[in-house]
Design a protein around this ligand. Structure first.
Ligand code: MN
Length: 142
């Protein structure tokens, strides 16, 4: 057993985030495990840029009110208790609502080789501020 005591939180890079977000690394698996778990706290209006994970990603909202969007889909509101599964290679972004904080767990796996994620353009206000729809389909399960 190893108990990892509280470590300093990291500010998310403005290269791949809009607004203020903070990341706490909870698990960084040692080979053969390649699991990754972080807690991400988004300030109101903050979101990450368009990106895709080599092995997919699971998000679990623990606090606040947020938004998520897949490429080609509508902006969807996410709430505490929601679990969002993003398949490998699917482009998406996630963040807080414009007027609320949002915290989620992010769980993913590093690939055996190559980058964990691919990053694209920032999510502009016009897109981010679209009226969100309710979750529908299998991408978001409540
Ligand atoms: Mn993601």
């Amino acid at each position: 057993m190893e108990i990892q005591t509280l470590r300093p939180t990291s500010k998310a890079s403005p290269d791949i985030f809009t607004g203020d977000a903070w990341i706490d690394v909870i698990v960084r698996g040692e080979e053969p495990s390649r699991v990754r778990v972080s807690v991400v706290r988004f300030a109101p209006g903050a979101r990450n840029a368009w990106h895709a994970h080599a092995m997919g990603q699971t998000l679990h909202v623990t606090e606040g009110l947020g938004r998520v969007q897949s490429r080609g889909g509508e902006v969807v509101e996410i709430r505490p208790g929601d679990t969002i599964q993003t398949p490998a290679g699917e482009w998406h972004w996630h963040g807080a609502a414009p007027d609320q904080f949002m915290t989620h767990l992010a769980i993913w796996e590093a690939p055996a080789e190559g980058p964990e994620s691919e990053w694209g353009e920032h999510v502009g206000d016009a897109e981010y501020l679209r009226t969100p729809g309710a979750p529908a389909g299998h991408e978001v399960s409540r």
